[in-house]
Ligand binder design. Structure first.
Ligand code: FES
Ligand code: FES
Length: 174
């Protein structure tokens, strides 16, 4: 039997230890050892984006990474955003607008969007579509998701709840 590797990592601001076989993916190890059930596995080969998390501040497909690769690093999942007033108001807006159907793709997309909003708080629809283009929705609800995001940002902006980010004005880096 293959010997397990012990990886020390910060998950959502808390120290965590991932004890995983050398070939275990970061996605599996996060779900099994850190309890971050927002990390979802769809295709398991980098195509759908459902498993997207942030590793050292950048989005990454956790099904394509080994747990051992993040040793000493920082991982953030959607659980870290729970309780954040801006995030919760945003998610409420999406729910009210029926953005998602089954919601399986939602957490990966939320991580991608939150990275984008850190660069461009009020992205254009084109910027939003471009950034989400690597995330698949098995319910094929792309139009409803984009429409809901745009409308929610407009609403929160009009009520002053969509606080500008200090990096406002930057173009997305990819
Ligand atoms: S599960 Fe990782 S990209 Fe699909
Ligand atoms: S809402 Fe079902 S996969 Fe996107």
């Amino acid at each position: 039997m293959t010997e397990s590797l012990t990886t020390t990592v910060t998950v959502n601001g808390q120290p965590a230890t991932l004890v995983a076989e050398p070939r275990e993916s970061l996605a599996d190890a996060l779900r099994r050892c850190a309890g971050t059930r927002s990390v979802r596995l769809g295709c398991e080969h980098g195509a759908c984006g459902a498993c997207t998390v942030l590793v050292d501040g950048r989005t990454a497909r956790s099904c394509l990474m080994l747990a051992a690769q993040v040793d000493g690093g920082e991982v953030r999942t959607v659980e870290a955003l729970v309780g954040d007033a801006r995030f919760e108001a945003f998610v409420d807006g999406l729910v009210q607008r029926n953005a998602f159907q089954c919601g399986f793709c939602a957490t990966g997309m939320l991580n991608v969007m939150w990275e984008l909003f850190g660069e461009v708080p009020c992205p254009t629809e084109e910027q939003l579509r471009s950034r989400l283009s690597g995330n698949l929705c098995r319910c094929t609800g792309y139009q409803s998701i984009v429409r809901a995001v745009v409308a929610t940002i407009e609403e929160l902006t009009s009520t002053g709840s969509w606080l500008p980010n200090p990096t406002s004005g930057q173009e997305p880096s990819r």
